[in-house]
Design a protein around this ligand. Structure first.
Ligand code: ADP
Ligand code: MG
Length: 276
């Protein structure tokens, strides 16, 4: 048992767009110094939950606690020093370089004008180094490949030097080697730098291999929570993804591997039905 409150906690959180409720009455706890992964079908509310936890999305009901304090009672700068968010589809200002983008991660730490401090320079250099983006730091973000661009965004969030990282599909657009590179980086940040990581992934096997805890969403509600080996079962894959499968153990690591055996046609597992 830890004596500290969880890094992030959602209590009875509901969020909607206009009158349409997208997540309802969620209880979520993100443990400090661990990797927690949100998974679930398209449209199940993963991005909405991440934005609600980062205070980007207003709550219809409930509360979010950051380090035990109601996030809606905290000054913006304090929130930005504790928590960095990489949204699912971030937009870069036209013509900005990778280095310029990454420097923007330093804004919560003080002066937005001028040359910045030694601390800023070090944090930017470290973020470029960790993400392998230093070699194209002077190129514009527009000119990069999808994978390079994604790593530049991750570098921007890392430069913010927050103890908590929220990353919405950080491996999208990356080839398999770069996906693993990002997951290994997150694992290093967790193990060597004590970071708390909450991310959205689509790949259940990768989620299982790299997470301490998995939170599965289905139609805006929690379908399962727990350590990967408990969550990634054949019944779970059928229920949440509407997929028949066999789940076996990775012979080297013991992590669950999902062998798809075909779509189960069932109304409540399709994206369109999560919306109505
Ligand atoms: N800005 C928005 N305005 C209206 N509806 C939205 C908006 N963003 C998301 N939604 C709806 O909320 C639901 C959950 O979306 P989202 O949180 O993006 O799911 P996920 O990230 O799991 O794919 C979907 O039905 C989506 O269409
Ligand atoms: Mg999403």
């Amino acid at each position: 048992m830890t004596e500290y409150p969880p890094a992030l906690r959602a209590e009875n959180v509901s969020v909607g767009y206009s009158k349409h409720e997208v997540i309802s009455g969620l209880e979520v706890s993100v443990s400090r110094g661990h990797i927690t992964t949100l998974i679930g079908p398209n449209g199940s509310g993963k991005s909405t939950l991440l934005k609600a936890l980062a205070r980007i999305q207003p709550l219809a009901r409930g509360s979010v606690y950051l380090d035990g304090t109601d996030i809606h009672h905290m000054p913006t700068k304090v929130v930005a020093r504790k928590l960095g968010l990489l949204p699912q589809s971030p937009l870069a200002p036209e013509g900005i370089t990778v280095a310029g983008l990454v420097r923007r991660g330093r804004h919560p730490h003080g002066r937005s004008l001028g040359r910045g401090t030694i601390g800023d320079t070090e944090a930017v250099a470290e973020a470029l180094e960790l993400t392998g983006t230093a070699s194209f730091a002077m190129r514009t973000v527009d000119s990069l490949s999808g994978g390079q661009r994604q790593r530049a965004w991750i570098a921007m969030v890392l430069a913010q030097s927050t103890p908590i990282l929220l990353l919405d599909e950080p491996t999208t657009f990356l080839d398999i080697a770069h996906q693993i590179e990002v997951l290994e980086l997150l694992s290093r940040l967790r193990h060597e730098h004590g970071k708390t990581v909450l991310l959205v992934l689509h790949d259940l096997e990768q989620a299982a291999a790299y997470s301490d805890q998995i939170i599965a969403l289905k139609a805006g509600k929690i379908a399962a929570v727990g350590p990967p080996k408990k969550v990634a079962t054949e019944a779970f894959v059928a229920d949440v993804f509407g997929l028949a499968s066999r789940v076996i153990q990775d012979p080297d690591t013991g992590s669950p591997l999902i062998l798809p055996r075909g779509r189960i046609t069932r109304d409540d597992s399709t994206e369109s039905n999560t919306l109505d």
